[in-house]
Design a binder for this molecule. Structure first.
Ligand SMILES: *Cc1c(COP(=O)(O)O)cnc(C)c1O
Length: 379
């Protein structure tokens, strides 16, 4: 059935990523310990400058997770109880949690059937007089269609904030995501395209007032130690993580390029088969955080692949409105047909910079063998 011999193909391989830069990471950690500036130390402000430059944004504010980045971004715009924020039903739970954490209500819309991102044509009907912001997600690393979203927001006087947790470095019409509108939230969860050795996140924005507010919000509401201007929180990025992120940021463009090559290779191998593979939209540059295909009998396929040494994931098995936590939003089943139709079909294939061409070939061969055999059996 297969021409290649047995392999182990992990879903992500952080070991492989760290191997090449291990000495530099160790050095960065040691430097922080020697200096002792663990909280808001030098590496934090240096990383913030470098990450802002990478994002082609004026400001980056380091925080302790992507979820905190979303929360603080919403707080900086004074979004809270009684307000509504429009996002999509097919996203990681943290998108909705960010909205809930400030006391606002997540209002969901379905996804576009081709891009899996916010279906812009569904947004206007979701706007009420309580709506304050639209929060598109650049899902799987592909930018959402920002121009019509921003246009709609301007018409209704709403903010637009990007959940860029999966899209560090992605481009929309030539511009890096994150500061395409009012601000963007990034996550440095270890498995993200840019990941810390622990939790981390950042907000980017071009607005100096918002940047200033974020600096206060993440650090007890203080500008000067023990003088508190506003109610604040403790959501700082650790100096040690910032030191590690500085090393990794230097490699991010090369890693994203490698992901783009892998995606292209997968696409070529899946062309003209029964596997529905992802499409990169015109005018965008995805950074392929995930490579997600759709198949019938997803569970059986995953089991089969696992027996061949291939690990896969599902992003995400349960849409936001079907989650127990969000039953109270009151969306009945059938509310978001595309999201619901895709949830049992999607499967995320191995995708990381160090993935080899041989491994991609091995994964695709086994998927096609499985799909072929099912087709024969059901005939
Ligand atoms: C990872 C992720 C987050 C949250 O980031 P954490 O750092 O895990 O809090 C938010 N939104 C999306 C789309 C994500 O993938």
């Amino acid at each position: 059935m297969s021409t290649t011999s047995a392999m182990q193909v992990p879903f992500v391989d952080l070991q492989a990523q760290h191997q090449a830069i291990r000495a530099e990471i160790d050095e960065a950690i040691a430097a922080v310990i020697s200096k002792g500036d663990f909280i808001l130390g030098k590496a934090v402000s240096l990383f913030e400058e470098e990450f802002a430059a990478f994002c082609e944004a004026k400001y980056a504010i380091g925080v302790d997770s992507g979820t905190s980045a979303l929360e603080l971004l919403l707080r900086a715009y004074e979004i809270g109880p009684g307000d509504e924020v429009i996002t999509t039903a097919n996203t990681f739970i943290a998108t909705a949690l960010g909205v809930s954490s400030v006391g606002a209500k997540p209002v969901l819309v379905d996804i576009d059937p081709v891009t899996y991102n916010m279906d812009v044509s569904k947004v206007e009907q979701a706007i009420t007089e309580r709506t304050k912001a639209i929060l598109p997600v650049h899902l799987y690393g592909q930018p959402a269609d920002m121009d019509p979203i921003i246009e709609l927001a301007r018409k209704h006087n709403l903010y637009v904030m990007e959940d860029a947790a999966q899209a560090h470095g992605a481009r929309y019409k030539g511009k890096r995501v994150g500061s395409l509108a009012d601000g963007g939230a990034f996550s440095f969860y270890p498995a993200k395209n840019l990941g810390a050795c622990g939790d981390g996140g950042a907000v980017v924005t071009n607005d100096p007032e918002i940047a200033d507010r974020l600096m206060l919000l993440r650090n007890y509401g203080q500008r000067k130690k023990y003088y508190h201007e506003s109610i604040g929180y403790n959501h700082r990025l650790d100096t040690m993580q910032a030191g590690i992120l500085r090393i990794k940021l230097r490699n991010l463009s090369a890693w994203n390029e490698a992901r783009r090559r892998h995606a292209q290779r997968y696409n070529e191998l899946f062309a003209n088969t029964d596997v529905v593979y992802p499409v990169e939209m015109d005018g965008v540059e995805s950074v392929w955080h995930l490579y997600v295909v759709r198949v019938e009998e997803r569970e059986a396929l995953q089991k089969y692949l696992s027996e061949q040494g291939i690990s896969t994931g599902i992003h995400y098995p349960v849409p936001i409105h079907v989650q127990e936590a969000y039953k109270s939003l009151g969306y009945p089943e059938g509310s978001f047909p595309i999201t619901e139709q895709y949830a049992p079909q999607i499967v995320s294939l191995p995708m990381f910079a160090e993935l080899t061409d041989e491994a991609i070939q091995y994964v695709v061969e086994h998927i096609l063998a499985f799909v072929e055999q099912r087709a024969v059996t059901s005939r």
